[in-house]
Write a protein that binds this ligand. Structure first.
Ligand code: PEP
Ligand code: MN
Length: 283
């Protein structure tokens, strides 16, 4: 039996839309931009991000509360406190929030506060987690494993789909190769291939691919040009002070400028950058 039953495109125009909120949808004509720091560090940090990026505009804010770190001695995230900060940002700024889920035990707490659950690269083949997310009532942002083939990536999506959750967005974030100058190698070939082979929206994370902030904008532009449905980009009020992934974080003005520069590229490929209508900020 083919690994790919539910993820396959069955005809050329077969495209699934995945909604993040009433106004934000992946896979349509509008490109969805998710921005924010690698990790939620404090309420003040996230307020600054949300306030500045509201006008960019971004359609969703990211920030890890549970962080998968190479070293067990590195900052592991604020955990539940981080989720509370995200919930507060969502409420006050009327913006959807995206955050990573690392284990089955975290699903309920995260799903109660976030709009989209991110499966990180290191968990792309955590099959029990994928099955459990099939039962979750939230869209899933599934990141490609560090060295996953296209078949393995689609197979991971298939786990979520076949366990009952149709709302899966794929994310190419670079794959490991021999050259360490860039943190990873952004594989735009797989973006084009996934768009042809599956009906799922595909977004690109240029930040973890590049690993260096000065390379993020060119990769983001290339991703839009080659048909990505959205971007997830790391930024920080004080990039050098980021507790994780500092080297790849854009400053907030750099981020706003990047979105401005993406506009003509989106237009050239028949897309636009969404400008969501937002309620006034609650007191
Ligand atoms: C992240 O988004 O901060 C992250 C850890 O990404 P990845 O799983 O792609 O390494
Ligand atoms: Mn990161």
């Amino acid at each position: 039996m083919s690994i790919q039953q539910l993820a396959s495109k069955v005809h050329a125009n077969h495209v699934s839309l995945v909604s993040l909120s009433d106004t934000v949808t992946f896979g349509g004509q509008e490109i969805v931009i998710i921005g924010g720091p690698c990790a939620v560090e404090s309420l003040a940090q996230m307020e600054t991000v949300a306030r500045e990026l509201r006008h960019a505009p971004v359609q969703a804010i990211r920030g890890g509360a549970f962080k998968p770190r190479t070293s067990p001695y590195a900052f592991q995230g604020l955990g539940e406190t981080g989720l509370d900060i995200l919930a507060e940002i969502k409420r006050r700024f009327d913006v959807p929030v995206v955050t990573e889920v690392m284990s089955i035990a975290q699903i309920d707490a995260i799903a109660a506060k976030a709009d989209m659950l991110q499966v990180g690269s290191r968990n792309m083949q955590n099959f029990d987690l994928l099955k459990a997310l099939g039962q979750a009532n939230k869209p899933i942002l599934l990141k490609r494993g560090l060295a996953a083939t296209l078949e393995e990536f689609i197979g991971a999506a298939e786990y979520i789909l076949s366990h009952g959750n149709p709302n899966v967005v794929l994310c190419e974030r670079g794959i490991r190769s021999f050259d360490t100058f860039t943190r990873n190698v952004l594989d735009l070939g797989i973006v084009a291939a996934l768009k042809q082979l599956t009906h799922l929206p595909v977004v690109v994370d240029p930040s973890h691919a590049a690993g260096k902030r000065e390379l993020v904008a060119p990769l983001a532009k290339a991703a839009i040009a080659c048909g990505a449905d959205g971007l997830i980009v790391e930024c920080h009020p004080q990039p050098e002070q980021s507790v994780s992934d500092a080297r790849q974080a854009l400053s907030l003005p750099e981020f706003v400028n990047l979105i401005r520069e993406l506009q003509p590229i989106a237009t050239a490929v028949g897309r636009s950058i969404a400008s969501p209508v937002r309620e006034p900020i609650a007191a």
